[in-house]
Design a protein around this ligand. Structure first.
Ligand code: FAD
Length: 475
């Protein structure tokens, strides 16, 4: 891989014009570090193409000169994929920001890659429709980044991950070829579904410049409840009961341990325990339906039945939007509250949904054997088998000693995840954070296949080198 030469820099600047690049340190600074300050990089040149044709010119020049490129959307990624660690050219999609078309009848929207998730959701909402991907980062993260990371969020239970929401893509390959695949078709069995290669590829195979996305009828009604449950096993039973009685209208089902609720009440203004007495576990759930659905009745009957059966021990159902927002705030504030409580070790894992209780029963004591007193804060998208399997440092401090065990704790947890047939990255991806760990958890046949795909699309290896695809095939 070559560092950026003066000649190449000149060609790149000519390709995008005066508004399309910056080498001003002040403008570049926010692009070189992610929001937590965990990953910092450096780059000689920020490119800001405004069209797919300009992206094509950039990638052709970079490919011809073996100049490495890192693509960046909203810079909200959590695994360092968007940071240029080795002086790569940085390609920002910030000027690819138009909503090209919205077909209300066909229920699709075609947006450029740099459109923020919030703007895409708003465009759908303005036409009485729903784009259902919902992340806490939606004001900054972009559709291109959502595609490249196959983002998830809180409503995967009902609508699936980003992969399920993409109908068509426009992608530029390293040599500059533009793959125009912006099809709105739901059915298209004409061979390899090429777009799938780029969804979740973390900027290693091509640069997504636009996408055609699925829209849905906007549900007019929603029912939100916060229920106390004795155990994660009861949460699973509750999920089954709620799905069955509401006819599959459950949109979110989030597991919350008592300790997380206590952290939130302690650290986040305007929050309180919505129930009268403590419970070891809780579920925040939401169902959505159309104006003529009997959503509220079905939801409350299902919940009452679960309480009669002893699956849930107490519950509060939001009676208006403000109450629903207050209940959601309890869930959405957990990460912030955890941070204020002190040091934490985090895992973004998934296991088969039914295995969650057994996974917790094995993995929590395994971590506490390494870190006595570590406080387990396991919460998240139970309906998707995806837990934020986190630990806070023991009460009273010792943060440095606690964090020193990060690697051994992580490997212990990930080994148990593997035993349960789970994944070491449910939502956030691999990036640089987990690239060194992949060979331990994927078979060498899978890694060889990944490398073959990488080579097919990016034979010179210019796109996001060192991310996602491990250099070593076997440990
Ligand atoms: C507060 C907060 C909450 C979050 N919650 C969630 C959550 O619930 N679920 C979840 O899945 N994630 C979550 N995330 C992570 C993050 O928001 C997502 O990964 C998001 O999809 C990244 O989008 P981005 O535009 O910021 O991408 P970036 O961070 O800019 O890039 C991420 C990766 O995508 C690549 N990339 C970006 N744009 C393109 C493109 N156009 N073409 C090719 N490659 C590209 C980059 O090279 C990089 O590898 C959260 C992050 C924060 C900060």
């Amino acid at each position: 891989m070559n560092p950026l030469s003066e000649d190449t820099a000149r060609l790149l600047k000519e390709a995008v014009g005066a508004r399309g690049f910056s080498d001003d340190p002040a403008e570049m600074a926010p692009h070189l570090e992610e929001w937590r300050g965990k990953y910092k990089g450096h780059s000689p040149l920020l490119l800001k193409p405004a069209t797919a044709a300009e992206v094509s010119s950039i990638l052709r020049i970079c490919n011809d000169t073996a100049t490495p490129v890192v693509t960046q959307g909203g810079n909200t990624g959590l695994v360092g994929g968007q940071i240029p660690f080795h002086g790569e050219v940085l390609l920002s999609t910030q000027r690819l920001n138009s909503i090209r078309a919205l077909d209300a009848g066909g229920m699709t929207v075609t947006v450029e890659a740099g459109v923020t998730l919030a703007a895409a959701r708003q465009a759908a909402d303005d036409r009485g429709l729903l784009f259902p991907l919902s992340l806490a980062s939606e004001g900054s993260c972009t559709i291109g980044g959502n595609i490249a990371t196959n983002a998830g969020g809180t409503h995967v239970l009902r609508y699936g991950m980003m992969r399920a929401l993409v109908l068509g893509l426009e992608v530029v390959l390293p040599g500059g070829t533009v793959l125009e695949m912006l099809s709105p078709l739901h059915k298209n069995n004409t061979g390899y579904d090429l777009k799938q290669n780029f969804i979740g590829s973390e900027g290693t195979l091509g640069v997504v410049t636009a996408a055609t996305l699925r829209l849905f009828a906007r549900p007019d009604l929603s029912a939100v409840a916060f229920a106390a449950i004795p155990s994660p096993a009861a949460a699973l039973k509750l999920l089954g009961a709620m799905q069955a009685r509401t006819g599959g209208m459950m949109a979110a089902f989030e597991l919350i341990p008592r300790i997380a609720l206590e952290f939130v009440i302690r650290h986040v203004d305007g929050t309180r325990d919505p129930l009268a007495g403590p419970s070891p576990w809780y579920v925040l759930m939401e169902a959505t339906g159309g104006a003529d659905s009997n959503l509220a009745a079905a939801f409350e009957t299902a919940l009452a039945g679960a309480m009669q059966a002893g699956i849930a021990t107490d519950a509060v159902v939001a009676s208006n939007q403000a109450q629903a927002a207050a209940l959601w705030k309890l869930r959405e504030s957990i990460s912030e509250a955890q941070k204020r409580e002190g040091a934490s070790i985090k895992h973004d894992i998934s296991v088969p949904v039914a295995a969650i209780p057994d996974f917790l029963a094995r993995a929590v004591p395994a971590v506490q054997a390494i870190l006595p007193g570590a406080r387990a804060v396991s919460f998240g998208h139970l309906g998707d088998g995806n837990l934020h399997f986190n630990f806070n440092s023991p009460q009273g401090g010792g943060d440095a000693a606690f964090l020193a065990k990060w690697d051994v704790v992580q490997q212990t947890v990930h080994d148990i995840v593997k035993d349960f047939g789970g994944s070491i990255s449910a939502e956030h991806g691999i990036g640089v954070m987990k690239v060194g760990q992949l060979p331990r958890y994927k078979s060498h046949e899978e890694l060889d296949a990944m490398r073959a795909i990488k080579h097919a699309f990016d034979p010179r290896g210019i796109l996001n080198p060192g991310k996602l695809v491990p250099k070593v095939a076997r440990l």
